[in-house]
Design a protein. Structure first.
Length: 419
């Protein structure tokens, strides 16, 4: 039922060494993994993310040294920037110091992709320095850095599909500052009287948590891909997402298809309260987007909904799908049943889709000069959501939705694990 809709997968995600929470067997996870099926005990476990994951490098070279772990923020995702000239988008994968230091490297470089990591746990040896730069400041720094060569003014920026983590890299002091992995001198400059014990931090107090993947409704095994944010129960036709409090039910529906070989892609249909522009009905959309349609009786009563992919894909494709479906406003009969065909995993959570709403408005708002006049005043708050699975026809290179005139390259879906 579940499955990737591309060819053989290739991935450059972070690799994390861990162990099965049930039997203790060694395991290697990718950073996007949430569902872990242990090949030894055959038990599925779901990795819960509370705020963000904290990783550390495995250290052998500096055995016996008093290690100091320095924090680096790592962000990966899509960055959209809106200016009067249009929309700019790019994929970002960067690391930045979690605390200001003129002595230590400003980023991790390629180290996080080349070396395996471990989850930081309470039994880790060493002193872990607390990040002094808040995440909000780090994001602002990134927005500024990537906006230097964009047309001005920047009216709006959004980071979507964001993967956030804190990575700790080891160092030690011995007549200088040494890299704890390579045992190489990083800097021979150590502040007079430096005492790592006086720097905010200490022993870590974090532990990762796995929860069972049993359906809370009927006790059946939940199913999904390893990167699925939403799992399905084929016994009682329900869907669930993992949280720190356990599994929570997800409201979903499908657009039915007569084809048994259809591939279902997930989308978030979002009800939102919009201020600064009239956008409550389909008629409002026709006016705001200047669509070539004559407003018909009854269109004022058809509620407007945003649509956004519930799966990761390249920035330009994400925006194209969201823009097209939001303009189209798919209707028709919806069924609250699991799709009978192959389901692409839901790996972009609702909270990330919400970040795209103002960018979607910027894409369809007409005339373009209205961007300058209205976009800064527009406020959007999500009020409700429905996970909708739309059937696509599988061809050699694409997934095609003929009714909505949509096509998605299968290769892009195959490589989406890298995003």
């Amino acid at each position: 039922m579940w499955g990737k809709t591309g060819f053989n997968d290739f991935n450059v995600n972070l690799l994390i060494e861990h162990q099965c929470p049930q039997c203790g067997a060694p395991a290697t996870l990718q950073e996007s993994d949430r569902l872990y099926p242990c090949p030894y005990c055959r038990v599925n476990s779901y990795l819960v993310e509370t705020d963000f994951f904290r990783y550390m490098f495995s250290v052998d070279a500096a055995s016996g040294k008093e290690l100091i772990y320095f924090p680096y923020w790592r962000l990966k995702g899509m960055l959209f920037s809106v200016s009067p000239q249009g929309l700019e988008h790019r994929f970002i994968d960067v690391s930045l110091q979690g605390s200001e230091s003129s002595v230590l490297p400003i980023s991790l470089g390629l180290r996080s992709q080349a070396l395996k990591l471990k989850f930081v746990s309470s039994d880790a040896r060493g002193r872990f320095l607390a990040p002094r730069l808040p995440l909000s400041q780090v994001k602002k720094t990134l927005d500024t850095r990537f906006s230097l060569h964009l047309p001005k003014p920047i009216l709006h920026q959004a980071q979507i599909g964001e993967s956030l983590s804190l990575i700790y890299s080891p160092f030690y002091i011995q007549n200088g500052v040494y890299d704890g992995i390579l045992n190489q001198l990083v800097s021979d400059s150590v502040p007079d009287g430096f005492d790592a014990g006086q720097v905010p931090g200490g022993r870590p107090g974090w532990n990762v948590r796995f929860i069972p993947t049993l359906c809370p409704n009927c006790g059946w095994d939940l199913q999904g891909e390893r990167d699925s944010q939403v799992l399905a129960c084929s016994n009682c036709a329900s869907m669930w997402r993992g949280t720190a409090e356990g599994m929570r039910r997800v409201k979903f529906a499908i657009l039915p298809s007569k084809s048994e070989s259809a591939v279902y892609l997930p989308f978030w249909r979002i009800k939102a309260e919009v201020s600064g522009i009239a956008l409550r009905s389909y008629a409002d959309l026709v006016r705001a987007a200047n669509l070539p349609r004559v407003i018909q009786p009854g269109w004022e009563e058809i509620e407007f909904r945003f649509w956004a992919p519930a799966f990761k894909v390249r920035p330009q494709t994400f925006l194209r799908l969201a823009d097209h479906l939001t303009r189209f406003q798919p209707g028709g009969h919806l069924e609250a049943d699991l799709p009978k065909g192959k389901i692409h995993p839901v790996n972009l959570p609702f909270t990330e889709a919400v970040e795209s709403l103002k960018t979607i408005v910027a894409g369809f708002l007409r005339p373009r000069k209205a961007l300058l006049e209205k976009l800064l005043e527009i406020r959007i708050g999500a009020m409700g959501r429905l996970l909708v699975f739309i059937p696509f026809v599988e061809t050699l290179h694409e997934l095609v939705q003929p009714e909505y005139r949509l096509a998605v390259n299968r290769n892009q879906l195959r490589l989406s694990g890298n995003l």
